[in-house]
Structure formats: structure tokens, C-alpha cells
Design a protein around this ligand. Structure first.
Ligand code: XBP
Ligand code: MG
Length: 246
């Protein structure tokens, strides 16, 4: 099948944002007068529940005394704090993302996002990294608010596919997590995984390739499993030939 679209996850894939999410959760807890603190080790486990509000609700089940706490309100505050922090301290795109996005745009390959994070977070990140061009880069942006079931449900990817009006066989997905990979695989999509800090211990069976990142001509990616880009960095030419072999 010809390559027609690339779909990117956001947190951990476009940028290493998850540590800022953790910081924002902890700040929201402090502001609400709660003595909760999610350490890095805690957060690595908590991330198995996708979606920040769901993550808070899941955590609250540990103690019946917390049953009355308003998870949605706490999460709205976390989102406000996260966006303020991200606007003030921009996080860069991971290696190879900007280069591949530019190549795809030059080749008229559609680009989309499928994430379980909140839309406000995605827009702030895109404004930071693509500046005045940010509204033109992605033809479809599917966020947590757009689905009834977050990853690992395939709904986010199925929704993105419908928005792109493209066959699953013509698409390649970029993910960083096992939940994201399950979601994309559930929608029948070939998936490349570039593990992030918090997902480095996940299991990525079913990915067509697992790489440290997408690499750059002067900074090759480290191959971990599956297909290996011969030039050391992922190009549209490599993706076209990989899709033919899937
Ligand atoms: C990652 C997530 C998100 C963020 C928090 O999503 O699970 O929930 O941790 O974002 P993805 P919210 O990798 O699919 O982008 O608090 O806005 O849910
Ligand atoms: Mg992710």
C-alpha cells in the first residue's frame, strides 16, 4: 500500500512532556491542600492508567477517605498549571520529529495526532514548537476529549483514520508506550515505537521497529528491535519500503 499518512502520539513521542505532567499533578495536589506526592517511581506505575483524570480517580481508590474529592476539578487545575508551565518553559521536539514532519509535508503525506492528553496541552506544545505555522502542520488532532475510551482502546486511532479518510494499510503510527502501541495495533496500524523516559521498561511486541528516537543524519538512532533504518535515521523513503513489507 502507498504511504498516505503518519499519525503521532504526543506525550513521550513528539516531546518528553510526561515529567512536566507529573510536576503539574503534584502542584495541583499541593494547591488543593492534599498531602499527595507522586514520585517518579510512583508515576511510572500510575501511567498505566491513561488520561490524567482517570489516573487521579484510580489513585483515589487506594483510600476510602478520599472518595469525596472532586477528581475532575483537581484535573482541570492540573491542566491549567501544566499549560502555564509549558508556555513558560517550552519542551523541544524529540530528535528527528521536525525533520520527518518537514519531509512528509514536502511529499504531501498527511499528518495527524492521536493522543489521550487534553487538547489544551497539545495546542500549547504545538504553538511552542511550530510557532505561527502550528495550525497548518496536522490535518487531524484527536485528543482525550474526543473519545469515550482512552488508549489502549483503539478509538483514538480509529477516529484519526476516519478524519484522514485513509485506509489503515497506508498509515504509519509513532508511539512511545505499550498502551499506545496496543491502541494503534487495535486499529490495524503499523507502529514504530521510540520509548520515552517513563515507558523505557514497557513491552513493545507487535511494533514494526523500536528505536531510541527517529535519529538525525549527524546523530543516528539506536536500534532496539524490528526494522532498522539503514541510514541511522527514519526517512520517508525508509517508511515507504517498510510499509510494503508489513
Ligand atoms: C499520555 C497520557 C496523558 C498525560 C496527562 O497520553 O496518558 O494522560 O499523562 O494528560 P499520550 P491529561 O501519550 O497518549 O499523549 O492530564 O491531559 O490527561
Ligand atoms: Mg505517549
Amino acid at each position: 500500500m502507498p504511504l498516505r499518512a503518519l499519525i503521532f502520539d504526543v506525550d513521550g513521542t513528539l516531546a518528553e512532556t510526561e515529567e512536566l505532567h507529573r510536576t503539574a499533578f503534584n502542584a495541583a495536589f499541593r494547591e488543593a491542600g492534599l498531602d499527595w506526592h507522586w514520585s517518579r517511581d510512583d508515576y511510572e506505575l500510575l501511567l498505566y492508567v491513561t488520561g490524567g483524570r482517570e489516573r487521579i480517580s484510580n489513585f483515589m481508590q487506594r483510600n476510602p477517605d478520599w472518595a469525596e474529592i472532586d477528581a475532575a476539578r483537581l484535573h482541570a487545575e492540573k491542566t491549567r498549571i501544566y499549560n502555564k508551565m509549558l508556555a513558560e518553559n517550552p519542551i523541544p521536539l524529540r530528535p528527528g520529529i521536525r525533520r520527518l514532519v518537514t519531509e512528509a509535508r514536502n511529499d504531501k503525506i498527511a499528518l495527524a495526532i492521536a493522543t489521550t492528553t487534553s487538547r489544551a496541552n497539545v495546542i500549547t506544545l504545538l504553538e511552542n514548537v511550530f510557532a505561527e505555522d502550528h495550525e497548518n502542520v496536522f490535518q487531524a488532532i484527536v485528543c482525550g476529549e474526543d473519545v469515550s475510551q482512552k488508549k489502549p482502546s483503539p478509538e483514538a486511532y480509529q477516529t484519526a483514520l476516519r478524519a484522514l479518510n485513509t485506509d489503515a494499510g497506508s498509515v504509519i503510527v509513532f508511539e512511545d508506550s505499550a498502551n499506545g502501541l496496543l491502541s494503534a495495533r487495535g486499529a490495524g496500524l503499523a507502529t514504530i515505537v521510540t520509548p520515552a523516559y517513563y515507558t523505557r521498561n514497557d513491552v513493545f511486541s507487535g511494533a514494526i521497529s523500536v528505536l531510541s528516537d527517529l535519529g538525525e543524519p549527524d546523530r543516528p538512532a539506536v536500534w532496539m528491535a524490528g526494522l532498522n533504518p539503514s541510514e541511522g535515521h527514519v526517512t520517508i523513503t525508509a517508511l515507504r519500503s517498510w510499509l510494503e513489507h508489513c
